[in-house]
Design a protein around this ligand. Sequence first.
Ligand code: ATP
Length: 358
Amino acid sequence: MISITIEHLSKRFDGTTALDDVQLEIAAGEIFFLLGPSGCGKTTLLRTLAGFTEPDAGRVLFGTADVTRQPPHLRNTGMMFQNYALWPHLSVARNVAFGLEERRVPRAEITRRVGEALESVQLSGHGERRIHQLSGGQQQRVALARALVIRPTCLLLDEPLSNLDTKLRAEMRGEIRRICHAARLTAIYVTHDQKEALSIADRMAILRAGRVLQTGTPAELYRRPASQFVAGFMGESNFLPGRIHQREGDRAWVVTPLGTFVVRMDDPRWPAGAEVTLSIRPESWRLGPAGRGNEVAGRIVEQVYLGDTAEYSIRVGETLLRVVELNPRDTRRALPEITASVAPEDVVILPRELSAPS
Ligand code: ATP
């Protein structure tokens, strides 16, 4: 297990800034996600870690060793890409053995290590099969075994599940997490799928235009985003413009077009009078009067029953609120008039941004 330190990495490709002063500390054994929209620099960062792209400035440390100018083969990173490029004409075992044959590992050791790698991805007994005889998920496991068998210093994964259907993706999420932790590997995983990141990551970074906007655990980024962009990227949210009316202890009273909300806040940045944006996730609302404040009354203009949840669009004055109800009892609410409330802990205060997140 090694830690990875990324210091002030920058990279430009004729006129495009792919990485802009990126700084990250990834702990040994951590599964760390790089998440962001298309073109934000995720793949460039991964390729810089593997040694395929040379940065214009900054350093990459594996443990305490500076590997910034080291060629890829000396870094010994294991890689698994979206297009996992297995050889269809070779057996599963030969595919997995390839990296070891290249390194001229003795035959007996190859056989033993391939067996161990296949066991770790639960494909023992499949060594002699051809690749085309395997399901998509099994092929993914072979690609993972091939990356693991060289005993890499760290594992780099670039959208490894994007070719799989929804059910297999969900199954492989748990598998990848289990295998990485069992092998005690430091893993860096690139995706633009926030569900994948939330379900596998120990910690993650959100990138935008080559910059790291925020790092944290999945729950920190989902529940305590620092900007409207991060809040919107992690999932759906209702954004309300507001002004802080009063602060007292860890409470703030924020005036919005929907009324005054009490918000739990320990951030000293915003004094009374500050213009802010409130972020409230659709699932934070409770339907029906709760008598605990933070209530709005509106009219349901759209409702979708989904079994485990129901989704509502509720018009409150000029604002359209998105509300998700868990375990809905009414398959369709007959009365359009409704009250919804939210707990102070579930309202996040964000800086006011001039434009909505893209
Ligand atoms: P995606 O999710 O679409 O794969 P990404 O976040 O991985 O995107 P990168 O592939 O790292 O983004 O690209 C970051 C920026 O750098 C983009 O604007 C891209 O067009 C540019 N870029 C990347 N590689 C090159 C290259 N070899 N030559 C020129 N521009 C490049």
